[in-house]
Unconditional design. Structure first.
Length: 198
DNA sequence: CCATTAACTGGTC
DNA sequence: GACCAGTTAATGG
């Protein structure tokens, strides 16, 4: 979801800046806001019993989070942590609902966004259930690429560290490093220095 | 620069 | 593949 900044502000959205590695909200807290990223990156993560991190998603500019919980009364299922210095617009739930009522077009767009997220989530679940690590990585890249405008082959830059890819796929860094090299050999991806192009 | 972070390698289970 | 140990390369103040 990407809503015009002016509209967000006119309905009580406030700009907030976070430094790197700050919690924007924590798992188990009550959800009270809609969040939209203006600049920087945010990750949604959880930790398993062993303390291993699992990243559910990484959001960048013009992407929103917290919105699936705007329409239901549940607690946050994940933490939201800034990966770097970020600027975010935060809008209280009630204001958001009010905004949707006064902007039916946004309401429709919201439906489309939630639908698309649902759709890609199901694809991700399939890929992540795969025992084949190449499929896991490729599925992740396919998902990330879906937000990307360009259309050429092997030119979508995956702006993630190998560690982040590992935390997103449930694999180990070393495995990711080795799989990446294998995928380069099989010409599934290309490298620009260390950057992965899919 | 130096210190931190990320990428990589090799070996064991 | 996970897990561990150790090295090298890149990044940033």
């Amino acid at each position: 979801m990407n809503i015009d900044e002016n509209i967000l502000h006119s309905f009580g959205g406030e700009s907030i800046r976070y430094k790197a590695k700050e919690f924007i909200f924590r798992e188990g807290e009550h959800s009270l806001y809609y969040f939209q990223v203006i600049s920087g990156k945010v990750k949604l993560n959880t930790f398993n019993d062993d303390g291993k991190e699992f990243i559910q998603n990484i959001l960048g500019k013009n992407q929103s989070f917290g919105d699936p919980l705007l329409f239901i009364d549940r607690l946050y299922p994940t933490n939201a942590v800034s990966l770097e210095a970020v600027e975010i617009i935060r809008m209280p739930k009630s204001n958001f609902i009010d905004m949707l009522q006064k902007h039916p077009d946004l309401s429709l767009e919201m439906n489309a966004c939630l639908s698309q997220r649902l759709y890609y989530n199901s694809l991700m679940v399939r890929n992540m259930a795969s025992q084949n690590p190449i499929h896991r990585l490729q599925g992740l890249m396919e998902y990330l690429k879906s937000y990307y405008d360009g259309d050429c082959q092997h030119c979508f830059p995956v702006e993630l560290t190998r560690q982040q890819i590992a935390d997103l796929t449930g694999l180990r860094v070393e495995t990711v490093i080795r799989i990446v090299k294998k995928m380069v050999n099989e010409e599934i991806i290309k490298l620009d220095g260390r950057r992965i192009l899919y």
